[in-house]
Design a protein around this ligand. Sequence first.
Ligand code: AMP
Length: 402
Amino acid sequence: MSYYRKSRPQRGGQGNRARNNSGQRRPKKGRGAYIHPSKFVNQAKTVVTAEEYQATHNFADFPFAEAIQANIRSRGYKIPSAIQDQAIPHILAGEDIIGLANTGTGKTAAFLLPIVNRLYANRKTLSAIVLAPTRELAQQIDDQFRIFSRGMKLYSTLLVGGAPINRQIADLRRRPHIVIATPGRTMDLIKRKVLHLDGIEVLVLDEADRMLDMGFVGDIRTITSQTPENRQTLFFSATITPQVEQLTKEFLRNPRTISVRTADTSESVDQNVVEVDSKEEKMEKLLEMLGRDEFEKVLLFGETKYGVQRLSDKLNKQGINSVAIHGNKSQSQRKSALKSFKDNQSRVMVATDVAARGLDIPNVSHVINFDQPATYEDYVHRIGRTGRAGATGKALTFVGKR
Ligand code: AMP
């Protein structure tokens, strides 16, 4: 039997098939199916990126308060991205939006800037909520909120799992203007009767397709049902599946759809396979690659939390500075790992699919699939971490010799 076969364990035999790395339920369908290695090979093509989009507005054209304009300037944004250019006028007009956009398009600012503008004008507490699939994404949204609302006396609270709930309860008592949250923790706080959503004017569902993938559909329905029906709903998703479409029908009123998906992101990524015969050879080849200068900033994917941690430990023992990010890490550990990778203190970040989802990490030179992804969709998500914003990225996937 070839190593290739051995490296595809029977997922059902591990007793944890129905749960992903965050412990959430995950659909079985399509997972663990054989992906032909030819799907991991592609020569990068130049694709039109959002960067080449001709914006029809300048930020100064948007009727934002001057304090916001100043924060946009100091953040260094000069020209609105495609999603910002097209969505902001409609969001400011109070319309519901379906934004078909993935990470890297500037979608976060597209929804946050109009929200900051609204909160600044009416100063109503707890009048906006943003739901995001992962803690890291929620944290990134909160970071951006703080940047865009600097000096405006607007307050946000981050409600995510893995952080002490009592502190979040205390934060909520101080009546923030906006909460940025993951569905699980939001449900918990609603059940404890410390989070009341009856004053919500704007609801944002970010990366809705990911949230559905992670089994949050019930939570999302419950949370949404707690908000007033006449709210404004801003719905973002990278893909439209029948389930996503169903939710848009339930939650949105006369929505305007804005699609800024460029060609398949995988088109701009050079992809190839690395054939190996054994576990030992796989490790050897990995170390050989990481020894080369061109492997400047590497995102390495593993299948399990334990495998990811073990791999990161091994690399560190070999003198390759690496951090691990997976569901067994506390929120603060994940945050510091991410920071270390972003700031180039660690050249390698080893991650599980769920932990890496939606993260905005600039300048990843290589994505390496140490373990193969369970689905082709996961593969596309993984390699989408490189080759962003017009740059050509590289993705390598280990496969067994056949
Ligand atoms: P997002 O898709 O919201 O995760 O944003 C991706 C990255 O693009 C983030 O680092 C943003 O700070 C950055 N970004 C968003 N909008 C702009 C803009 N108009 N100009 C320059 N950079 C931007």
